[in-house]
Each structure stands twice: as C-alpha cells, then as structure tokens.
Design a binder for this molecule. Structure first.
Ligand SMILES: C[S@@+](CC[C@H](N)C(=O)[O-])C[C@H]1O[C@@H](n2cnc3c(N)ncnc32)[C@H](O)[C@@H]1O
Length: 381
C-alpha cells in the first residue's frame, strides 16, 4: 500500500485492480485528495482554439491575450505564453499542431472530433515524454488494455501527427488506452437555461486521482474550478459525500448518478472495459424493466444520449422500498436544479464542525442540508 494523501492510500481491490482506501474515518465534506494534472489538452476542435488560455486553461478575456502565429492557440497573457513555451507549448507541440491545422492537410480539417482529441492527447503525451520522462513512465503504468480500436486509431493518427522518432504503433495505442480509461474532463461552467448541459473545456491526466475506482452510488465526488483566479485552478478536489469508516474504498461515479442500469453498464463496458457489479447494480439488475435492455438501448452508446433515471416516489413504489435503497441517496445527494443531475457534497468541515451547506459538483449551487446529519443512518457507515 502507498499513501497518496494523509487520508487515502492505494490498495489492491479484488476484481477492480488498484483503488483508494481510507486510512482513517472520514467526515462528510472532508477533502481526501487535491491533485494537479501532469498533462492537459484542449477539448475544442482545431478550428476553435482561442476561447481559453492554453496554459492556465482559464477563459481568455484580457486585452493582453495573444495567439500563437503558427498554431493559433491562445494564451491569456505573455506570462502564460512564456510559461507554456518550456512546457505544454514546446516547439514540438507547436509544430505538430501547425501541421494538423495546415491547409495542405485537408484530412486533418475533416477529422471527427474524437480523432482530433486523440491527436491532441498524443501530442501532449509525446511532449510529456520529453519534458518529464518520469511522469511519462507513470502514465504508461496506468490501467488500460489496448483494444483493436486503439490500434487502428494509432495507425491513423501516426501519419497525421507523426510521433517523435522511435515511437512504435504499440506505444501510441497503449497511450490511447491509458487516456480512454483515465482522463478527467475539466468542465465549462454551468449556464442556467442550457438544459444543464456542460461541455468539457479540457481533459487532464492526474496521477493520484486516476486510482479512484467507480461506484454507481459513490461516497465521494470531485470538484473543479477552472476559471478560479487562485493558483492551481486546474487541480481537481475530491470531497467525501458522507461519513465513512477507516478501511473503506473511496469511489467516484464516472458519470452522473441518474443514469439507468442499462446505460451505466454499457457505458462502463464500452468506455472503461468492465462490468459493474456494485451494490446498486446488483439490485437494479433484478428489476424487470431491464429485461429488454439490449433491444431498447441499442442506439444509446453511439449517440451518447444517455438514458436518465430520476428518483421519484413512483420508482420506490414500482420496485418496493427495500429494493430501492438508493432512493435516499438521490433525495439527499443529487442536485434538484432542473436537468443538472450533479452530486452534492458538504463544504469542507471547519474545526471539525461539519458544514450544513451542500455544494453541487456540476452547477455549483449551494444549498442548506435540510435533512440533517443524524439522518445518515443506513448509508455507508
Ligand atoms: C481510472 S482507473 C481506476 C484505477 C484502476 N483500478 C487501477 O488499477 O489503476 C479505471 C479502471 O479501473 C477499473 N475499475 C474501476 N472501477 C471498477 C469497478 N467498480 N469494478 C471493476 N473494475 C473497476 C476498470 O478497469 C477501469 O477501467
């Protein structure tokens, strides 16, 4: 076991690979991890590279912002532009992006967005191999088995954004597999009136946070504040949703908790290569409305139109109270703003006094925890 913070350590979890386990009892709202990215890349298509700074990833609103004349990426200030020149925007990165944007490369302009993002990731990863070889080696040790899709993407992308000499197709495919399973999205701020949809501004690889396994009823959730003025604005912060004892695995949900059973299973298998058998899935697997899941949800994955399950009194009635233990979770820890579906965790406790203010990790809404701490009986305690 090796500690990644004062409160969590890496441990082997049966059937899940490595995971993070609490080394002490943890309180609701407690920060268990703050982690900085080793690599960040834009989630925007190549033709739209100027709405945020490609060094600090904050929105570019300053009059002092500048655009790289070669590859068109934007920086919010000369300070960020200079800092990037020796790290994320090295001559190699600039040349590779310029090549992709070049009008002589019509294939690149018409690349589907997922291929553009893979190209952005590979350029950032090859660059990491040069600017920080030890972090690159840790990235290579991440979970991620190469699939045929990774290999064909590696072949395709190697001609569009040639890797540094001596990089093999196998290495490129392995990198794509690591990214697929381990990247976190840094989200655009929530905007009211947009159906709760938030697009991803950038993807990041985080060494410690990549150890969090998934649970469909998580006990922790992560927050990011990318436009914050404070230093380390691209850090992700993981806070406990409720109290847990020492020795408990700390899990995140890899997507909003309101997705239905079938959608969750397909998404986890397709995107993360595993079949989930968490306590919630065990219960929902027996629900009769999952009988025809395959037929009913055939299109879901391709179109990325995830089915949503909304907790309601009806659900509890249909499935019976004892068969729907997570109704409590939805009521207390799911944001009730229209179409938000974020998860609520209390603000960090001050002086060991728990906060009664819950923060949504999607829309940022703060609300008073009306239910009260004594009502947590039956949760993961
Ligand atoms: C971000 S990594 C988490 C850390 C990983 N277990 C490791 O050993 O490095 C994601 C991968 O962990 C595994 N995983 C995560 N949650 C799991 C779960 N609930 N059941 C089984 N495997 C899980 C899957 O292989 C998934 O693709």
């Amino acid at each position: 076991m090796s500690a990644v913070s004062e409160t969590v350590t890496v441990a082997e979890i049966e059937g899940r690979g490595r995971g993070l386990v609490s080394t002490q009892s943890l309180k609701a709202g407690q920060i268990v991890l703050r982690d900085s990215p080793i690599l960040l890349y834009s989630a925007l298509p190549f033709i739209n590279s100027s709405s945020f700074c490609h060094n600090c990833f904050r929105k570019t609103m300053h009059s002092s912002s500048s655009i790289c004349p070669s590859c068109s990426v934007a920086f919010c200030s000369p300070k960020c532009s200079t800092a990037a020149a020796s790290s994320s925007h090295s001559p190699y990165v600039c040349q590779a992006l310029t090549r992709l944007l070049n009008l002589n490369s019509p294939d690149a302009a018409n690349l589907p967005l997922d291929r553009q993002l893979q190209a952005r990731f590979l350029i950032a990863a090859y660059n990491l191999a040069v600017v920080n070889p030890s972090q690159f080696q840790i990235l290579l040790a991440f979970q991620g088995t190469v699939t045929d899709n990774d290999t064909s993407a590696a072949h395709y992308l190697s001609s569009l954004c040639p890797p540094p000499a001596s990089t093999t197709i196998e290495l490129t495919a392995a990198l794509l597999a690591k990214d697929r399973l381990n990247a976190f999205g840094l989200m655009e701020p929530y905007i009211e009136g947009q159906d709760g949809r938030r697009s991803v501004r950038a993807y990041g690889i985080y060494l410690k946070a990549s150890f969090f396994n998934h649970d469909c009823l998580p006990n922790a959730c992560r927050f990011d504040y990318v436009d914050a003025a404070a230093e380390n604005n691209t850090d992700i912060i993981v806070r406990m949703i409720h109290d847990v004892p020492q020795g408990r695995e700390i899990c995140l949900s890899y997507f909003p908790v309101n997705y239905d059973y079938s959608t969750r299973q397909k998404r986890l298998l397709y995107d993360y290569d595993f079949a989930c058998d968490c306590d919630r899935c065990k219960v929902e697997a027996n629900w009769s409305d999952n009988d025809n899941d395959d037929e009913n949800n055939e299109e879901v994955m391709d179109e990325d139109q995830d089915e949503q399950m909304v907790a309601s009194d009806d659900d509890a009635e249909v499935h019976g109270d004892t068969n729907f233990p997570h109704a409590y979770f939805f009521m207390r820890y799911m944001c009730d703003r229209d179409n938000c579906w974020g998860t609520l965790a209390p603000l960090p406790p001050s002086d060991a006094t728990p906060s009664t203010v819950m923060e949504c990790n999607v829309c940022g809404n703060l609300k008073n925890d009306a239910i009260g701490r004594e009502d947590t009986v039956g949760m993961d305690d």
